[in-house]
Design a protein around this ligand. Structure first.
Ligand SMILES: Cc1cc2nc3c(=O)[nH]c(=O)nc-3n(C[C@H](O)[C@H](O)[C@H](O)COP(=O)(O)O)c2cc1C
Length: 304
């Protein structure tokens, strides 16, 4: 049965060029949507098997003879491109150096990010994996300080309107209904954060989006894995760093948009049903760090 996404209800079409195909079987090996199989010494396509073609493109990418064309679900045969030379690919040390020298940046120079640079970030981020084969991730680009300020003003207005929900009286009532962890997060994070954001904003300081000159919001349809926006966001953060930009992921704007920002999703062209999302701010850092930091997972449970 075709795998439904926010955009697609039908399988993609798969065409095998029999003159080029050597029936090596690599396409069948990588195909987990499962329309491809070998029978009578040829590659066959049966879209009723498992999900049918989800347009992951793996068969086109693995075929050494260019014998497969996938069309549909946002994929065309033109989407196969040359693999970069091995020498051009980052190795472990260079990638780890990039990663360990990243910091969340909240102090930016008063300098906009040009469109070419923004497109490079988006281009790199769009290569990320996703849970559906063809991505359901939608992207809102707020290009320039004024656009980010407008979103911030809208989010802050929503937060101010709902500040009463974070008062001690409401907190005491919520405690009766909330799980311990939710209550703890609410009382130790949300209450302080909201109070701080509002106070700072009233004093002319933006502690929500930190006066950034660029913000990109990654969000997904309810069909997608809720983790889907975070992966291109992470790629974007690393890509931006290679271009001399700093960035910071912001989870709070998504909470405001979903719970307090009535009418805001419509204003910014975000489907109301899209709940999972992450805002990332970018800009040229206004400070340099002298050291990197080590980090640890909460726990590694290694079973051998
Ligand atoms: C999912 C996610 C949500 C975050 N939300 C916020 C936020 O709303 N505001 C903020 O200032 N930082 C936010 N951060 C940034 C973290 O606070 C930051 O990553 C953390 O302090 C570690 O610092 P580092 O990124 O420099 O290692 C978020 C990070 C992640 C991964």
């Amino acid at each position: 049965m075709p795998l439904k996404t926010g955009r697609f209800y039908e399988c993609a079409e798969v065409v095998i060029d029999k003159r080029r195909c050597t029936v090596c079987g690599l396409c069948v090996k990588v195909c987990k949507g499962s329309p491809l199989f070998i029978e009578e010494n040829k590659i066959n396509v049966d879209q009723t098997r498992v999900f049918g073609c989800v347009a992951c493109g793996q068969c086109m990418a693995v075929c050494p003879n260019g014998a497969i064309k996938v069309n549909g679900r946002d994929m065309t045969p033109d989407d196969i491109v040359e693999l970069p030379d091995v020498e051009c690919r980052a190795n472990y040390d260079s990638l780890k150096s990039l990663m360990i020298s990243r910091r969340s940046i909240r102090c930016f120079k008063d300098q906009n990010v040009d469109s070419e640079t923004i497109n490079k970030i988006l281009d790199a981020a769009s290569t990320s994996p996703n849970g559906l084969g063809s991505s359901d991730v939608e992207v809102l680009v707020l290009d320039g300080k004024e656009k980010v300020e407008e979103l911030t003003a809208d989010l802050m207005a929503a937060l101010k309107r709902n500040k009463w929900m974070f008062s001690p009286v409401i907190l005491r009532i919520l405690k009766l209904f909330m799980r311990k962890e939710t209550y703890d997060s609410f009382s130790t994070f949300a209450v302080t954060a909201v109070g701080t954001f509002v106070n700072q904003y009233e004093n002319g300081n933006d502690w929500l989006t930190y006066s950034a000159p660029l913000a990109i919001y990654f969000h997904v349809s309810p069909y997608a894995d809720p983790a889907d926006p975070y992966i291109p966001a992470t790629y974007a953060v690393l890509a931006a760093q290679t271009l001399g930009l700093g960035s910071c992921m912001l989870g709070v704007p998504n909470i405001i948009l979903n719970y307090f920002g009535k009418g805001l999703k419509e204003k910014y062209g975000i489907p109301r049903k899209n709940k999972s999302g992450i805002l990332v701010i970018f800009g040229y850092p206004d400070l340099n760090y002298s050291f990197a930091l080590k980090r640890r997972f909460a726990k590694i449970n290694w079973m051998k």
